[in-house]
Design a protein around this ligand. Sequence first.
Ligand SMILES: CC(C)(COP(=O)(O)OP(=O)(O)OC[C@H]1O[C@@H](n2cnc3c(N)ncnc32)[C@H](O)[C@@H]1OP(=O)(O)O)[C@@H](O)C(=O)NCCC(=O)NCCS
Length: 184
Amino acid sequence: MKVHEVTAAKKVAGAQAFFGQYIHDDSVKYVFSPQQASDLGIQSHLRVCYDLNGIVGAAHFTTPFEDAKQALDSGAPEALVVEFLRKYRMLYNLAVREDMRGQGIGTALLDAVDAGARTQGADAVIGIADGDLARLERFYSRHGYQVLPVGASLCLDVRGDRMVFPIDIVPGKEVQWFRKLLQH
Ligand SMILES: CC(C)(COP(=O)(O)OP(=O)(O)OC[C@H]1O[C@@H](n2cnc3c(N)ncnc32)[C@H](O)[C@@H]1OP(=O)(O)O)[C@@H](O)C(=O)NCCC(=O)NCCS
């Protein structure tokens, strides 16, 4: 299935509504049009698959602006955070319409995210798995991602410095970091 790079504001809004059906956390509100993202000084990228009924699946990735802000707030040097933003992309949202799962659409979208991040010069993609963790771990591992144990912090090497990103533990809800180094 063809994966489209989507930038028009109306299509971006459509993808945001689509994510809202399948992803029930705050990350959905960060799906920005290129103009909104540029006004905020971040990048926000969308890849979308369509059929005759509309959106079949979509993926959204960005510069890891939330984590960068947290790092700055906790005293990380600005130059380190700038390099972190250059080096990493955050996969915020990935979803496929329920009736179309298991046909390789999620795989095509994930490949498109990896390819887009690589083209942008990023070295790695990171993200947080939230949902059916056993299946998500299989899905991401199969595509070359390392899935960290539930609750484990993400430790990244940036310019020889170590940046540590804990993961929020919400009672009754398990989440885990995943990451993939991109081959250039
Ligand atoms: C995860 C998801 C995007 C995969 O899309 P897909 O088109 O079914 O993926 P593919 O056909 O390329 O690969 C199938 C694999 O996806 C995973 N998968 C399928 N349905 C899933 C579900 N409901 N939840 C989690 N993972 C699922 C499984 O690993 C499956 O392989 P398996 O059947 O051998 O276990 C899709 O299941 C989905 O939208 N899930 C709900 C939203 C979600 O959990 N998003 C990820 C948040 S980190």
